[in-house]
Structure formats: C-alpha cells, structure tokens
Design a protein around this ligand. Structure first.
Ligand code: ADP
Length: 280
C-alpha cells in the first residue's frame, strides 16, 4: 500500500469562516496503480493532490504514505518522503532562463545540498549529465538540450516536465491535469510517455483529469469527487454514463469531455513534495 487515507478532512480558515474542502475521504492506493481523480470545479481535487504530495496537512483523519503517517513527519524525514513523490504541475514550474538540460537536472534538487545544487546546475557531474540526457532522449528532446525552456513549445515544455520527473526517479507520480494544455496529437504522445513511466508496476500514478473520456481510457481506476467527498471509486470499465452525469451535474463539461454512449465506455485498459523544483 503506498497511500492509505482514513476519514480525511481538510478545512481552510477564511474571513467568512471555515471552508470544508474535503470531508471524510477513505481509500487506499496500492503500489503500481494508475488512478484518475475526476470531479467538477471546487470538488476538492487540488486540495487532495496537495495532501498526497505532502505540501498540505489534513485537518482530521490519518494519511499514511508507505505505512507512515505523513502528519507525524517533519524536517529531514518529510523532505526525504517528498523526494519519493514527483509532481507534474499544469503550469510546468520550469525556469524559463535555464536550459532544457539544466531544468532536467532540477529533478535532482531535493536530493542535493545547496552547495551541490549551485555547483551542479552550472557544472553538473558526468553521471548526472548522462542521466539528464537519457531522460531528455526518452521524451524526444535530446536535440533541445541547450535551448532555453522559454524557447520550447507548450508540448515540449510538458515533455520537459516529464524528463525532470524521470531524473527525480520517484516512486509516485502525481500529475495535475497533465494534458490540459496539449492538442489531441500531443496528448497521445505525452500520455504514452507518462504511461510508459508507470507500466513496470513499481511506480504509482495519480492524476487529476479534466477530460473525462481520456481519464476513462487511460486509467484503470477512477475516483469521482464532489463537494469534498468520494462519490464513486470504481474500475473505469464500471463507471457508467449516469455516474459521470451525476458527478458533473450542473457543470458544463468541456467539449473534449462530452460523452457518446459507447465510444468511451469500456475503453479503459484493464490491468492491474513537493517536487524538487528549481522554480520554487
Ligand atoms: P478543485 O481542485 O476540485 O477545483 P479545490 O481543492 O481547489 O477544488 O477547492 C475545494 C474547495 O476549497 C473550494 O470550495 C475552494 O474554494 C476551497 N479552497 C481551496 N483552496 C482554498 C484556500 N487556500 N483557502 C480557502 N478556500 C480554499
């Protein structure tokens, strides 16, 4: 078991009183699983995501990572746990003025001391350079090593975030709407890259997905969240049209998520930090 959530609640204190973003979430995620979090805006997906990457603590309940209570961790212990969790953010969090290679090296940041970081970004060791180049090769960016991150297209930047996670080599990858900014062709490329990272069964992937059809196609397990609670937690092949309609009731679905009766259902394959990041 990589994650175990028991009666998790999270409230934010605001001037107008407490906002209960999550209320009584209980579920487990096993090593090697691929899970998509679906739900309308305001459901609590981002809050859950931040609890899972240990950048927020729950207000109540117990959240265990690999058997250990995340809320009981601090200092070095927490940092080393965060290194085991790689996060792919929608906004990429790249450093625009650094090269593609340097941004990839940033994947190792959480493992380095400050001195080592400064030295290694400017003059990386041969071993780190080799690994960063291999990561860039695997996402098809080997020829862009010296290009600045801000010279890359949106799709290339998204692939660079995957290279950076490869460099980090985490046990868990959390991806926040990883395909939201990509056109359909690039979505297929980036999706297969991301899925390749987790098909060996030792890495776990949890992603928030805006595109319902894609979520059902790529992820064997779907957790639907609404108003801070789990509405359903099912294998994708069992998530029906009615369940999706109820989950998003009252919300306009994006064009890509409009569902045709049979072309999305059953298409899912059935199979079993804080990110170290130069931009923060
Ligand atoms: P989602 O990602 O599904 O859109 P969020 O986790 O961002 O949902 O938000 C869930 C609820 O918590 C919403 O009502 C939102 O307004 C509230 N919320 C999120 N972050 C904060 C915050 N920092 N302070 C106060 N309320 C927040």
């Amino acid at each position: 078991m990589i994650y175990s959530l028991k009666d998790i609640g999270k409230s934010y204190g605001t001037r107008n009183g407490a906002v209960h973003a999550l209320d009584g979430l209980t579920f487990d995620v096993t090593i090697g699983e691929r899970v998509a979090l679906l739900g309308p805006s305001g459901a609590g997906k981002t809050t859950l995501f931040r609890l899972l990457n240990a950048t927020l603590r729950p207000t109540r309940g117990i959240l265990r990572f690999d058997g250990r209570d995340l809320s009981a961790m601090s200092g070095r212990d927490l940092r080393s746990t965060r290194r085991r969790i790689g996060t792919i953010y929608q906004q990429h969090h790249l450093v625009p003025s650094l090269s593609t290679l340097q941004n990839t090296l940033c994947g190792k940041l959480g493992s380095w001391s400050l001195i080592h970081t400064l030295r290694n970004i400017v003059r990386p060791s041969q071993g780190d350079t080799k690994r960063a180049i291999a990561a860039l090769e695997s996402v098809g960016l080997a020829d862009k090593q010296t290009a600045r991150a801000d010279e890359l297209s949106g799709g290339q930047q998204q692939r660079l975030t995957i290279a950076r996670v490869l460099m980090q080599d985490p046990q868990v990858i959390l991806a926040d709407e990883p395909f939201a900014s990509l056109d359909p062709a690039l979505t297929e490329t980036v999706a297969s890259l991301l899925m390749d990272l987790v098909t060996n069964g030792t890495r776990t992937l949890v992603a928030t997905m805006h595109d319902v059809e894609l979520g059902l196609r790529l992820f064997p397990r779907i957790i639907g969240i609404r108003d801070g609670s789990v509405v359903f937690d099912e294998p994708a092949v069992r998530v029906g049209r009615e369940a999706i309609a109820a989950l998003y009731a009252g919300e306009q679905l994006a064009p890509a998520t409009r569902l045709e009766p049979e072309d999305w259902r059953g298409a899912a394959k059935s199979e079993p930090s804080r990110e170290p990041n130069c931009a923060r």
